[in-house]
Structure formats: C-alpha cells, structure tokens
Design a protein around this ligand. Structure first.
Ligand code: FPP
Length: 246
C-alpha cells in the first residue's frame, strides 16, 4: 500500500490529465443502468480533485464529455448534463474553500443552456482563485480544437494580422481551447482501454501515458499515487539521450 507520503514532492507532475472511462461497464457489472455509473463517477471526480489538492498539483484536466458522446442515447446525454449541473451547483463552495479555479475546454457553447449558464457562472466566480486549476473537457474533441485554431489563424492571415512565416508552435498554442494550460505531464486512462480517444493530442506530445485496469468509479487515491509513482520512475528525455540529461 502506497500513500501520498511515498511520492517525491520535488518530482510531481505539474499537469495531470485523465480519461475517465468505464462508468457504463462498472454499472453493468452491478446490474444497474449506465447512469448509476456516471453518478458514482462524479464521486470519483470529487475524490481525485481532493487528492490533487493535497498534493498541490497545479493542473488537473478531466475528459468529462467528448464531441462523440453526443451520439449516445438521448436519455444518457440528458442525465450526464443534469449530473453536471448538479455537480457544479454542489461543488461551488468546495471549489472556493480549496481555492480552486474551474475552467473548461471544448465547444462549450454547444452545451444545453442550463449547463452553459451554470458552468460559466462557476468559472467566473472561481476565476480569481490561485490554487489548483481544474479543467473540464466538455463537448471536447482534439481534432475539432485544432481545426478551430487553424480557421482562426487563417482568418488572421487573410486579414494581414499575421504572416504565414510567423506561425510557430506558440501561435498555434494560443489559438487552442487549452491555451492556458501547460503541456500534459501525466495522462491517465482508466478501464483498461489503451487509447487516447481524441483527447489533448497537441498537449500530450511528451506526456507519460498510464493505463490502469480499474473502472473510473473505483479510481481512488491509492491508484493516483501508483500512477504518479510510475511517472516518477520514468526518465523523461524529451528527445535527448540519458547522458545528456545527466
Ligand atoms: C466514460 O465512461 C465516462 C463518461 C463519458 C462521462 C464522464 C462523466 C463523469 C465521470 C461524471 C460527471 C462528471 C463531472 C465532471 C461531475 P463510459 O460511459 O464510456 O463507460 P463504458 O466505456 O464502460 O461504457
């Protein structure tokens, strides 16, 4: 059994991103509706945020709803949206007490009005908080994010605001939804699937990937510690050799 104390505090990931997968299968195993899995998944979100606060991890990004998730049965989409509104209402005080800034990435204007309103309200109320930044990826797809950035840059080129030679990585980054986030250091996916599923493709260029065979509603502090320990035991070379790093 590992605890938070086992981690090297000088080598913590600055940005942890999580693909929270397996809510449906977790519920099915218990003979319940998928929605029950999402409700318990929301509890796992709360626990994970609390653990990251204790560890003082500056950035946590959660894949809560992808552009592809709109294709799920209407009842499931509606329930997920309701769950979001409830969670946002319920968590505001907790976010304030823990000095957490809430942000969102994705096509958030495509969310139902109620969700959009609650989300933007919590974002603006927590805007000045200086602790951890929790970012929800909502109606998010990485290719869509990149496509939108390319369109915005193309318009600027057309209007002579920027010249093609000056389009560098920083320019591209500033046009992404996630422009306020540093690169991902550690990407965790639960449920045993080893896929990225269109999540933060630009930002994970040098991320360490960690796949764990546990459904999201069961994910706890112990699992998070194990993921970070694995991260701390890896050598991040960013294209250099081991000798160069030493
Ligand atoms: C993946 O499990 C999970 C989702 C698509 C939704 C994630 C939502 C939550 C964790 C709850 C609400 C979130 C917040 C931020 C309060 P799945 O349904 O794809 O599971 P399956 O692969 O087993 O079907």
């Amino acid at each position: 059994m590992y605890t938070l104390e086992d981690l090297n505090k000088d080598k913590l990931p600055k940005h942890v991103a999580i693909i929270m997968d397996g809510n449906g299968r977790w519920a099915k195993e218990r003979g319940k509706l998928r929605v029950f899995g999402h409700e318990n998944g929301a509890e796992a979100v709360r626990r994970t945020v609390d653990s990251c606060v204790k560890l003082e991890i500056p950035f946590l990004t959660l894949y809560a709803f992808s552009t592809e998730n709109w294709n799920r049965p209407k009842m499931e989409v509606d329930t997920l949206m309701k769950l979001l509104v409830t969670a946002l209402k319920k968590e505001l005080q907790n976010l304030q007490e823990k000095n957490i800034r809430l942000k969102a990435i994705g096509k958030i204007d495509s969310l139902p009005k109620k969700v959009y309103k609650e989300l933007t309200e919590v974002i603006s109320k927590t805007e000045k908080n200086t602790g951890m930044t929790v970012t929800l990826a909502l109606s998010y797809g990485s290719r869509e994010e990149i496509k939108t950035a390319v369109q915005e840059i193309a318009v600027k080129v057309k209007n002579n605001i920027i010249s093609p030679e000056n389009i560098d990585e920083d320019v591209i980054n500033t046009h992404l939804y996630a422009h306020f986030l540093p690169d991902v250091d550690l990407l965790i996916r639960t449920s045993g699937e080893c896929r990225i599923s269109n999540f933060l493709l630009w930002q994970i260029a040098y991320a360490e990937l960690y796949f764990i065979d546990v459904f999201w509603p069961d994910f706890n502090e112990q699992h998070l510690v194990e993921a970070i320990l694995s991260y701390q035991n890896r050598e991040r070379r960013f294209g250099k050799t081991s000798e160069q790093l030493n």
